[in-house]
Design a protein around this ligand. Structure first.
Ligand SMILES: Cc1cc2nc3c(=O)[nH]c(=O)nc-3n(C[C@H](O)[C@H](O)[C@H](O)COP(=O)(O)O)c2cc1C
Length: 357
């Protein structure tokens, strides 16, 4: 049962691997007549692409999508929108040592067990490179949503043990003012130092991304099995290295009493809203009209230069330390991926809601 397609009505089918000719996707279900803002798409691509700063892998890719179908005079035609993103800077020889070994924490062992064959070059289909098309498709979804007044903004809220304060300003330019993409400048400086120290030591760090979805009207999300948080969790857990998802106050709610946890309703300017927003903008799996907010936890990158215990394909014990180019911490580059996947969820649920009307 292959599962390379995300979404029901806005369907994104992806292809490609780290060191193949290209990665790409086909979007089926995109409405006709949308004038795409290619500059905005490229901005999101540039935020994800490798080689942005000393905090990311030095692989050098321009990540400019080439659109192959579904466009006429700059507007979508309603036909499948297909695009490719070439892989230009793969250095496959750097990965020769990985052919016979299973990296601890990576997907080498499970891919080989499942498929009986493994493209070890840059991690093949398990590589984060395969998420470049997600960002392109998500940037297109973001344009459909922003025409409806919906904003999606994510930022790095933790790296290792260092946490950010909650920012007032979620504007992308403000978040991107430093390489970590953390709007708390004091925390950002500490995070940057910690990532560079881990890199120097041949080690890696994990982190947390927080995301806010504003302007989503009440009513999106389908009970029972396409609840908005369930779809978001599916989308976020589809991102490589994600190990945690929490909507609203999440696990903290389980330690509160009902009287502490409930968000009281009130009327303000003729509109019903809640005074607090601990449930994260969703009730019964349906958006409440309040901002939706959630957190995504990423594990530290598994490919590290420090020597680790592993086994080869024959099951013989070996010591292993990685070569090649790797991210010491993925969260700065994962910010646009989180935004893209949130956009794909919202556009799909919007279309499902519209189909009911
Ligand atoms: C933006 C991004 C960049 C990543 N870069 C690397 C990398 O350079 N090296 C690596 O080993 N893992 C990297 N990963 C994580 C792996 O892709 C991931 O850990 C691996 O596929 C195993 O999957 P799992 O961690 O979800 O179990 C990255 C993840 C993301 C989101």
């Amino acid at each position: 049962m292959p599962a390379n397609t995300f979404g029901e009505l806005f369907r994104v089918s992806t292809f490609g691997e780290s060191h193949g000719d290209a990665v790409g996707a086909v979007i089926d279900g995109i409405p006709a007549g949308i004038e795409l803002d290619f500059g905005a798409i490229q901005n999101q691509m540039d935020r994800r692409k490798p080689g942005q700063s000393a905090l990311s892998t030095s692989r050098n890719e321009s990540d400019i999508p080439t659109f192959l179908s579904g466009l006429f005079e700059g507007k979508t035609t309603g036909a499948p929108l297909a695009f490719i993103i070439p892989n230009k800077d793969s250095r496959s020889n750097d990965y020769d040592a990985l052919k016979e070994v299973y990296r601890p924490g990576h997907a080498d062992y499970t891919f080989e067990q499942k498929f009986g064959i493994r493209d070890h070059r840059g991690g093949g289909r398990s590589s984060a490179r395969t998420m470049a098309p997600w960002v392109c498709a998500g940037a297109i979804a973001q344009q459909i949503l922003s025409a409806k007044g919906i904003q999606i903004n994510a930022y790095v809220s933790a790296v290792g043990e260092i946490e950010s304060s909650v920012p007032e300003n979620l504007d992308t330019n403000f978040i991107d003012a430093n390489a970590v993409r953390c709007p708390d400048t004091v925390a950002a400086e500490k995070m940057e130092k910690a990532i560079l120290q881990a890199k120097e030591a041949g080690d890696s760090l994990g982190g947390v991304i927080s995301c806010f979805l504003k302007g989503v009207p009440a009513g999106w999300g389908e009970p029972q099995f396409k609840k908005l948080p369930a779809e978001l969790a599916h989308a976020m857990f589809s991102i490589n290295a994600v190990k945690g998802f929490e909507i609203g106050e999440g696990f903290a709610l389980s330690r509160m009493k009902g009287s502490e946890a409930n968000d009281a309703f009130e009327s303000a300017d003729g509109k019903i809203q809640t005074r607090t927003n601990r449930t994260g903008g969703v009730l019964g799996g349906i958006s409440s009209g309040m901002p939706i907010h959630f957190k995504v936890g990423f594990k530290p990158v598994s490919t590290i230069r420090i020597n680790q215990d592993s086994v080869n394909r024959e099951g013989e014990a070996i010591g292993f330390s990685a070569e090649g180019r790797h991210d010491p911490c993925v969260v700065p580059r994962a910010v646009p991926i989180v935004e893209a996947m949130a956009a794909l969820v919202l556009v799909d649920l919007m279309m499902m809601h519209q189909a009911r009307l």
